[in-house]
Design a protein around this ligand. Sequence first.
Ligand code: F6R
Length: 262
Amino acid sequence: MKVLIFETEEEAKRNAASRLLRQVQLSPSSVLGLATGGTMEAVYAHLIQMSLDQSVSWSGVATFNLDEYWGVPADSPASYRTYMNAHLFDHIDIVRSATHVPASDGRDPRDAAQLYEDAISAAGGIDLQLLGIGKNGHIGFNEPTSSLSSTTRIKTLTDDTRRANRRYFDRLEDVPKYALTVGIGTILASKECLIVGTGQDKAAAVKAMIEGPVSAVCPASALQMHRNVTVVIDEQAARDLELIDYYQHVHPAGQEADLFDV
Ligand code: F6R
């Protein structure tokens, strides 16, 4: 794992955005795996601004989001489709039909899951998978004890996750209990992963992901098995890391000399 620690949350999110932009610049027909949540709001805001400033076209890019609440219609204000339109797709020149979010409608979830896996395969797989991390170590909506080789399926959300996402709904009771999420195996099949975590709330999960044993108790720890993962965190999220001095020695202030020399 490449562990990049930035002094501030802002710097970490800007760096994550610059990495996504770089991927699109280097490979205009990239297939990106995308995430939602509070962390990504600022990442996408930077990405939009950078795309405009540098006239980067998204017209050849395809995207696959990690997850969607089960039973929440795509046009609901609380759906992840609505989130993605509002926070990214409405502001760049991506072809809307090339953007994918798992289906949340009434069809059999097993069919919806298989269709999603098939669509990812048909697109040639994910080139760069963007991830956030839950306080309990979840990635996508793969909650603790998810199979480390799981593929897309329906998952029951933990109460903690439902409370964390309460802000997108009127009442806690309105937060769905289930979501369709790509699996940990699906994530591990991507060519590259970029995981972003900021704030002291994420410190325990970040430590378990990077330095804990590989365990279904912390789904993000499965990323230790992937050969190309970049972890972008701020000092608050890094504060429990035992080997923090080493990470900062290898990448002072989160920098790596070759980022823009590819
Ligand atoms: C949502 C997703 C989740 C979030 C995670 C962190 O698509 O993939 O794993 O990334 O719950 O969410 P925030 O950023 O709100 O703390």
